[in-house]
Design a protein around this ligand. Structure first.
Ligand SMILES: [Mn+2]
Length: 356
């Protein structure tokens, strides 16, 4: 299907599914691109006569993202294990091609639409699938539908500003402030800009950090070890709300000119969380995570990734019963170093020096 027809096809699919409410489920910790595209999808559903609810399972974990949600009044439902989802008939995924694994979805929920820019492990089975790896953000795809005539912005006199603002910010963040934007991303941003609330944009664009995140970045720098062009750093314990301090520290450390790959890890609630960032084309984050951390007893890998980033989550298990925080941290560091030593053998020796 050509790009021009995809919007029409999406319109047809949503219009033929107005009998039951749609659930727009966000994967992981909602980021601006996911929030912006969820708002865009919800707006389309409502224009086409379907009701839609945006939901997420994991908390909105960056201060700037919470500011976005608050300033734009984004209606989002936080789901828990016990959430009753039986009333929803259709599932829409935006900025992801598989649904959040930490929640069980009812069998009756039908995956209707998938719109994403990440390369999926396998093509999702849904009535409408639009995955474009040649753009940097999902909001770009939704802006493209609008520009090609599917519920264009500003046409009906409705106040589209919150949706356009969130979408613009989604494109801005997923393109590293437009540094890696493609022509399509730039075109989408230019299309949305006249409908944006400039004051809100500049307020969320300031990217405030919580004090806890800044402390965590500081601890990562103090703990940093560099082995040739690889760096590893631990942040200690961070709260679930500030979990993104880990990727944030990884992004920051990757700016150091003599390294090209970094792994930052910490304790978040009852698990070890880590983020890998790389600039080197020969490092495959998913393969790196797989080689270091393997998989759980059910064969699910502890970590995964895409071309330039990856992450892992390993439950603390019995270690979580250790009450002495500094002892727990030493055990966590030992676990991580031993695993990563499978790929960077020098770490084994460094561990002895750290503890000795
Ligand atoms: Mn995205």
């Amino acid at each position: 299907m050509g790009l021009a027809e995809r919007g029409q096809e999406l319109e047809r699919v949503i219009s033929s599914a107005t009998d039951k409410p749609h659930l727009i489920l966000l994967w992981g910790h909602p980021d601006p691109d996911a929030i912006g595209s969820a708002l865009a999808h919800k707006r389309l559903c409502e224009r086409l006569g379907a009701s839609a609810t945006i939901a997420h399972v994991l908390p909105v974990s960056r201060a700037e993202n919470r500011a976005l949600v608050k300033l734009l009044n984004v209606p989002m439902l936080k789901l828990t294990e016990a959430a009753d989802l039986e009333s929803f008939g259709y599932l829409a995924l935006v900025d992801a091609s598989s649904s959040e694994s930490s929640i069980r979805l009812p069998e009756s929920l039908r995956l209707l639409t998938v719109v994403d820019h990440h390369r999926p492990p396998s093509v999702p089975k849904a009535e409408f699938v639009d995955i474009r790896h040649d753009v940097c953000s999902t909001c770009t795809i939704y802006a493209d539908y609008a520009e090609r005539g599917l519920a264009p912005f500003g046409a009906s006199g409705n106040d589209d500003s919150p949706v356009a603002t969130a979408m613009f910010f989604g494109i801005q963040t997923d393109t590293d402030d437009f540094a890696i934007a493609t022509a399509a991303d730039l075109r989408a941003a230019a299309y949305l800009k006249p409908f944006c609330d400039i004051e809100t944009l500049s307020r969320v664009g300031r990217r405030t950090l919580t004090a806890e995140s800044m402390d965590a970045v500081g601890r990562a720098l103090a703990d940093l070890e560099v082995i040739r062009d690889f760096a590893i750093a631990g942040v200690g314990r961070v709260s679930g709300n500030n979990r993104d301090a880990i990727p944030m520290a990884a992004d920051f450390i990757l700016r150091r000119e003599d390294i090209d790959t970094v792994l930052v890890y910490g304790i978040v609630e009852d698990r070890i969380d880590g983020s890998l960032r790389t600039r080197r084309p020969s490092v495959d984050p998913a393969a790196f995570m797989q080689a270091a951390f393997g998989e759980d007893s059910e064969g699910r890998p502890y970590g995964g990734g895409r071309s330039d980033m990856g992450g892992f989550r390993v439950p603390l298990g019995m270690l979580s019963e250790v009450e002495d925080d500094s002892l727990l941290w030493r055990l966590v560091r030992e676990t991580v170093y031993k695993r990563v030593a499978r790929l960077v053998p020098e770490l084994e020796k460094m561990l002895e020096d750290k503890d000795g």
